[in-house]
Design a protein around this ligand. Structure first.
Ligand code: FNR
Length: 377
């Protein structure tokens, strides 16, 4: 309604409202390096979007939807909408204010932001701009258990309310565009703020990162790749934090069942925005089997391809409790810093309120499988 009110005064939205137009506008202002970083494997990225297009909402009529509630409860905490900001690393590559701008925008709506381990600002600096607004921490589980333990403790101290362990990126994938750029930002230490500031990480170096950044980056590269991880390792983390632990990157129902055996509190069905395995199943296509395997015992979240409100509704109808918004908020960041992120988030919430109501629902709990039909080809 803000958009309508501004429109009456002749004030137009600062950013394109349509997600595709937003993406194109952001591409036009980003450096080639940033464009390469945001990209992914073409087949998997397309599959993520096609999977949403393959479902249609069947709107219901005359259901008295004048009062609508977008709220959702996760781990005992009430959130304004079933939308979190996905963990995305190295955000200063698209805007100098990076994660700090995103954190302020998220906090202005009370939407939870998931901090990436690989952020350009420390998690403490990012949290500082959020007041009491909700935040979670995403862990890249490195070979250095000292660093893992230390960074999780820092996240707890900074008020993070859940730990999201990303399982699908124990090695960086064959990403042609990033490789073309030789992963240059990482090589220059951008995205390593949490590592370079960490006492456990620093204790593993002969000289501090300020004196020998190249050696510090080399050490990071040495501990980041961790293909030896197995299910048994989860016990270590379970014993170290009382926060809810979610596993991000689950796509197979057997892995979902296995997660429950390990005392995990939630899952994020995700293929990392199509940035890891080319040809991987789309997150939305993988969702129903995971939801069935979990059978309501823990919340299942989803990301990879969420672009507009109807995508959130489809994911909810197929059993996800909430979604993580990824690239769209980065496009807003690239175009307008904090204000750009706020505009993207505000538009999504307004779209959600309208589309939920026009579909005949007062809240997300009313959605189920019968809210959708498979689109005819
Ligand atoms: C990511 N993602 C990600 N995930 C994570 O756990 N830690 C991270 O540091 C990053 N970094 C990152 C950078 C960039 C540029 C992108 C696009 C993605 C994955 C992210 O959390 C989420 O899974 C995807 O963004 C979802 O896909 P869409 O909806 O953005 O296409």
């Amino acid at each position: 309604s803000q958009i309508f009110q501004d429109g009456l005064k002749g004030v137009l939205p600062a950013l394109p409202v349509d997600p595709q137009a937003l993406e194109q506008a952001a591409q036009a202002v980003m450096t080639p390096q940033a464009r390469g970083y945001l990209d992914g494997m073409p087949g998997t990225m397309r599959a993520n979007l096609d999977a949403f297009a393959a479902w249609n909402i069947v709107p219901r009529m005359l259901r008295g939807v004048q009062t609508r509630d977008l709220g959702v409860t996760l781990f005992g905490r009430q959130f304004p909408a079933p939308v979190l900001l996905a963990p995305i690393g190295v955000q200063s590559i698209v805007h100098p204010e990076g994660e700090k701008a995103v954190a302020r925008a998220a906090a202005s709506f009370g939407l939870p932001m998931v901090f990436s381990t690989a952020s350009s600002f420390t998690l403490e600096a990012t949290a500082a701009g959020m007041g009491e607004s909700p935040r979670w921490f995403q862990l890249y589980w490195s070979k250095s258990q000292a660093f893992n333990a230390s960074v999780v403790a820092r996240a707890e101290a900074a008020g993070c309310e859940a730990i999201v362990v990303t399982l699908d990126t124990f090695m960086l994938a064959w990403r042609p565009l990033d490789l073309q750029n030789a992963y240059l930002p990482f090589m220059q230490g951008v995205g390593l703020a949490n590592y370079f500031s960490d006492p456990a990480f620093r204790a593993e170096l002969a000289e501090p990162p300020e004196q020998n950044p190249q050696a510090a980056v080399r050490h990071f590269l040495g501990i980041f790749n961790n293909p030896a991880l197995t299910w048994d390792d989860l016990r270590w983390l379970r014993e170290r934090t009382r926060l809810p632990i979610l596993l991000k990157g689950i796509l197979h129902p057997d892995d979902a069942r296995r997660s429950l055996d390990c005392g995990i509190d939630g899952l994020v069905v995700s293929n990392h925005g199509g940035r890891q395995v080319e040809g991987a199943v789309s997150a939305l296509d993988a969702l129903p089997a995971v939801v069935e395997a979990v059978a309501g015992r823990v919340p299942v979240l989803l990301d990879s391809g969420v672009r507009r409100a109807s995508d959130v509704i489809k994911a909810r109808a197929l059993g996800a409790q909430a979604v993580l918004l990824g690239r769209p908020y980065l496009w807003g960041l690239a175009l307008g810093g904090e204000a750009g992120v706020s505009e993207v988030l505000g538009n999504l919430l307004a779209d959600l309120d309208l589309t939920l109501g026009l579909s005949g629902y007062r809240n997300f709990a009313e959605l189920d499988r019968s809210s959708l039909v498979r689109a005819e080809k």
